[in-house]
Design a protein around this ligand. Sequence first.
Ligand code: ZN
Length: 253
Amino acid sequence: MGIADTHAHLCDPAFDPDLDQVLERAKAAGLSAVIAVGENMKDAEKNLALAALYPMVHAAAGLYPTYIDLGLAGKMRDFIRSNKEKLAAIGEVGLDYWIVKEETEREIQREIFRSFIDLSLELNLPLNVHSRSAGRHAVDVLLERAARKVQLHAFDGKVLAAQPAVEAGFFFSIPASIVRSEQKQKLVKKLPLSCLLIETDSPVLGPASRERNEPANAVIAVKAIAELKGIHEAEVMEAVEENVRRLYGTLFS
Ligand SMILES: [Zn+2]
């Protein structure tokens, strides 16, 4: 086992020219798995194709929260049900109050999010959750729906908003952009190692904001967590490996 990048957009056209090399570099950096998340049906289909091609890639399927469309959400749920054996997670799904400001649209967003939480419980698949400017709200909906397997990706909320999620056994995936985010540094200092995962959100959220990010940069997040917590990198690696096993089961063993 090695590091798992638990949230990357390998289906992004930014990786079309050189995905082979990107994954070779990831392996060389010590990664053993990448969870390929998606935003829509096209991404979901591409992720399944990538997972069939590359053993280290595990596919996820979801509808990005800025799609305010119950019909599309229903089609995505059908797709997930019919491909559940091939999927590692449902994602990304969640809430985005940064883009969606209208209360009526936010209510539809919550309704769609609830439907994916219910599907996660029905199929016993982990949720890979986006919660931009809606950390507290996403946690509220997850708790109210009694979600069980949850990864909050690039959580931008306060430590106080994260606390009930920690108590519920949810996980927080930390991107390499932590090196330039005071909010994420604060979060990592306060959260227990037992709830942390590593992600990259490639091709975005890299250590430098304008450059293409890639899974190999997951090691930057490991290093940053070790420094912030004043512990050895090996201890962080061991903990996140164990956390991946707890959330994703035998997928990576
Ligand atoms: Zn993402």
